[in-house]
Design a protein around this ligand. Structure first.
Ligand code: FEO
Length: 390
């Protein structure tokens, strides 16, 4: 248990060894599930629980807190890393009521089979008194599920933001100390979790802009005392500004696509464009997601397998589409031996993005002089488009 302010404590769990989230997202720095205990003069509230495998850590922390009861469990979000220990909590604290919004209640009933009578349903902007402390509930939909909400502790000016502003970062330090490290972890988190909802991120930042906030306490990673640090980072990432950068996710089976990427990267760099390449059989997809936050252009590079793109490229293209980055331009380069439908298949996957598809360069066999000239032309087009938007 760590103290944030008088009678406000962190009672969550640090997951140092977790390597993957949702069986999808790499966690190079582990993560934490932050649960907070607020002791008012009359009532005691717990904000969120922890991932079920770490429930014992939370229960132990609560025992050590000296509280023999919990009156309210505030549930900001139904995803199991915050709600998965609720059943165990209400067994241990049978008097506790779960306080949440209607949407979250329905999801908790569906996902965790929590009985209807355990809930108190609140509305957006409603307050709940703990005596000398007041909780104000702020609905913040789609950061990153439809039911997500936050709590503002009025007297202490603490904003409990759940996933919003979070970072997958395991640390003993309660507050952010090394801003550079947390910036990267929070950017990775934004890219993987929040980027598909950037419009809602902007709306929700606007919605909380009138609150007098001194501390932001998210449900993953350390607590922010410099709130401008994280709010300004979110404003930048969710804005429509793009950088003069090209990302090249690629796969090469026999060296041909490798050669094209190697040449194309130099051609782009010669025009002053920053290039980031990701060999998909080796790369951390979180790094790719982070690069997508800022880049103006993605060029997908693939060999032809079974008449289409390499399956790892199909996966990457699907992921890029799902993450909905603010890309302006997309192109495709690659080679084939006897034919295929690579461009059509990738264009179909990527078409929901609003980016312009610049004419791809698909060559037969190993690249020859004429093919290198085509890659130069593509680099020239990209450079010219970037200048137009800068
Ligand atoms: Fe940290 Fe959406 O759960």
């Amino acid at each position: 248990m760590q103290k944030i302010k008088e009678n406000v404590y962190f009672v969550g769990a640090i997951d140092w060894n977790r390597k993957l989230f949702d069986e999808l997202i790499p966690l190079p720095d582990g993560t934490s599930y932050n649960s907070y205990l607020i002791k008012g003069s009359e009532k005691i509230a717990l904000l969120d629980s922890v991932d079920p495998p770490m429930c014992d850590v939370l229960l132990d922390g609560l025992k050590k807190s000296g509280s023999d009861r919990i009156d309210y469990i505030i549930s900001h979000h139904a995803e199991q890393d915050h709600s998965g220990s609720l059943q165990e909590l209400i067994k241990n604290y049978p008097e506790a009521k779960i306080v949440t919004n209607q949407k979250c209640k329905s999801m908790l009933v569906d996902l965790l089979l929590i009985p209807e009578e355990k809930f108190i349903v609140i509305n957006d902007g409603e307050t709940l008194s703990l005596g000398d402390k007041t909780l104000k509930f702020i609905f913040t939909p789609w950061v990153h599920w439809p039911e997500t909400m936050c709590t503002y502790l009025e007297e202490d000016k603490i904003f409990f933001s759940c996933d919003f502003f979070g970072s997958h970062y395991a640390t003993d330090e309660l507050f952010v100390i090394d801003e550079k490290k947390i910036y990267n972890a929070a950017k990775r988190y934004y890219a993987e979790i929040m980027m598909p909802f950037s419009g809602q991120v902007i709306k929700n930042i606007q919605k909380i802009s009138d609150l007098d906030i001194e501390i932001i306490a998210p449900s993953h990673g350390p607590v922010y005392r410099d709130i401008d640090f994280i709010v300004n980072a979110y404003k930048d990432w969710s804005s429509d500004k793009v950088k003069n950068e090209v990302i090249i996710p690629y796969v090469s089976m026999h060296g041909t696509t490798d050669k094209m990427v190697e040449y194309f990267e130099k051609s782009l760099a010669g025009k002053g464009i920053k290039v980031k390449t990701f060999h998909l059989t080796e790369s951390d997809i979180g790094e790719l997601a982070m690069a997508l936050v800022d880049a103006a252009t993605v060029v997908i590079a693939t060999p032809t397998v079974l008449m289409g793109p390499h399956p790892n490229i199909v996966y990457a293209a699907y992921l890029i589409k799902a993450l909905r980055p603010k890309l302006r331009f997309i192109s495709i380069i690659g080679s084939y031996g006897w034919g295929g439908r690579t461009v059509e298949m990738l264009s179909d996957i990527l078409s929901p993005l609003k980016a312009e598809i610049i004419e791809p360069v698909i060559i037969k066999g190993y690249p020859k002089e004429d093919d290198f000239r085509l890659l130069d032309k593509l680099a020239e087009k990209i450079s010219s488009r970037h200048m137009d938007i800068s």
